[in-house]
Design a protein around this ligand. Structure first.
Ligand code: NDP
Length: 338
């Protein structure tokens, strides 16, 4: 059986996460029992939610246990099988974690999913045609409930979730305006993703200045906002919201290190009669087939061309993850192992 390099959570962060929170180990993969398969991971998915799970705090998901392989989505290939359900060579996605191989018990359905890589590259099943894509779809379709002609805004617009959101909003006939960090990301949002406009929040020293830029990019106001960031960005968006607007509260990455993110004018939720709803995509498995169908078609037909930031090799995972939390990624952050 092959050697397996793994990254475990060694200790919990105090404030900002650092590379010293992780440790690289190596072990033999165990022999397979009946009903198990061995998956060689081609890609690991790095996602902001992992930062929350590094803390030992009450949340919607249990904390990442110390001393165990960092949990996370993986895409790879079956290299050995003791189950009739999977053949050697099958391309699969699962939750194999930050390691080169995983042994998966495939008897309970759902632990591993076969994917078709004819028209959709394997890596995209961790991004646009995977959990992040479905996240964008759910917030847009089920919470924002868009109508053609409406103006919709998304923060972290060029990331895994934001980029899918922009394309899904455009195909529904909406005006899509992104907020992203830096001129290159904003250029890409407009030229490649099809956003009508994109605002570089880093050019604005405070929420009032960002809000002014948003008003110019959204002359009819904002009907729907998809929040990935929080803090100054949310403070800038709220005054631009139209009456009865909808806000899908998906993420608050600006506060993932634990610092408070106060809201400057919460009364705007009342005066503008806004609907603000948080959600966790894994609690809405009923929409995944429909969402993945649409996202898969958009990618296969070239209407959604997601960008990826790809780190090389398992040892690069911690630094790539820390970079993701600081916006160093440009598109879906992955680690390539094969
Ligand atoms: P991204 O690919 O968008 O990467 C994160 C991005 O966040 C960075 O590239 C950076 O973009 C931006 N960012 C980081 N720090 C800050 C900051 N302080 N202020 C403003 N922007 C910042 O990640 P994902 O697409 O995977 O995730 C996007 C959001 O969606 C996250 O908040 C995540 O937690 C959330 N999420 C929630 C889910 C749910 O079920 N509710 C499921 C999946 C994701 P930039 O350079 O443009 O600032």
């Amino acid at each position: 059986m092959p050697r397996n390099q793994q990254i475990i959570l060694d200790n919990r962060p105090q404030g900002e996460a650092t590379a010293s929170n992780f440790k690289l180990l190596s072990s033999d993969t165990p022999a397979l029992a009946e009903g198990q398969v061995l998956v060689r991971h081609h890609y690991l998915s790095l996602d902001p939610y992992m930062r929350g799970r590094m803390n030992d705090a009450k949340s919607y998901a249990a904390p990442q246990p110390l001393g165990q392989v960092m949990q996370g989505g993986t895409a790879g290939e079956v290299v050995e099988s003791r189950s009739p359900k999977f053949q050697v060579g099958d391309k699969v996605v699962g939750m194999g974690g930050w390691q080169e191989y995983s042994v998966v018990n495939v008897e309970p359905p759902g632990a591993l999913r076969k994917v078709d890589t004819t028209h959709v590259p394997l890596s995209h099943y961790l991004g646009a045609v995977g959990m992040p894509g479905v996240t964008a779809w759910y917030g847009l379709v089920k919470i924002i409930e868009p109508h053609p002609g409406q103006t919709l805004v998304v923060s972290a617009a060029t990331g895994a979730v934001g980029s899918a959101f922009g394309v899904l909003a455009k195909v529904r006939g909406c005006r899509a305006v992104g907020i992203a960090g830096g001129p290159d990301k904003c250029k890409y949002a407009v030229e490649e993703l099809g956003f009508d406009a994109c605002i570089d929040y880093k050019q604005h020293k405070d929420a009032a200045s960002l809000s002014k830029a948003l008003k110019e990019a959204c002359p009819d106001g904002i009907d729907g906002y998809f929040e990935n960031v929080g803090g100054m960005v949310l403070d800038a968006v709220l005054p631009c919201m139209n009456d009865f607007g909808h806000i899908a509260l998906c993420g608050m990455i600006a506060g993932y290190d634990g610092q408070p993110l106060p809201l400057a004018y919460p009364a705007l939720i009342l005066t503008n009669r806004l609907k603000v709803q948080g959600f966790i995509v894994s609690e809405h498995m009923e929409v995944w087939p429909q969402a993945l169908q649409e996202l898969g078609t958009l990618v296969a037909t070239g209407k959604l061309r997601p960008r990826e930031s790809v780190a090389q090799g398992i040892a690069a995972a911690p630094e790539a993850f820390l970079g993701l939390l600081k916006g160093k990624n440009f598109g879906k952050q992955l680690v390539k192992l094969v």
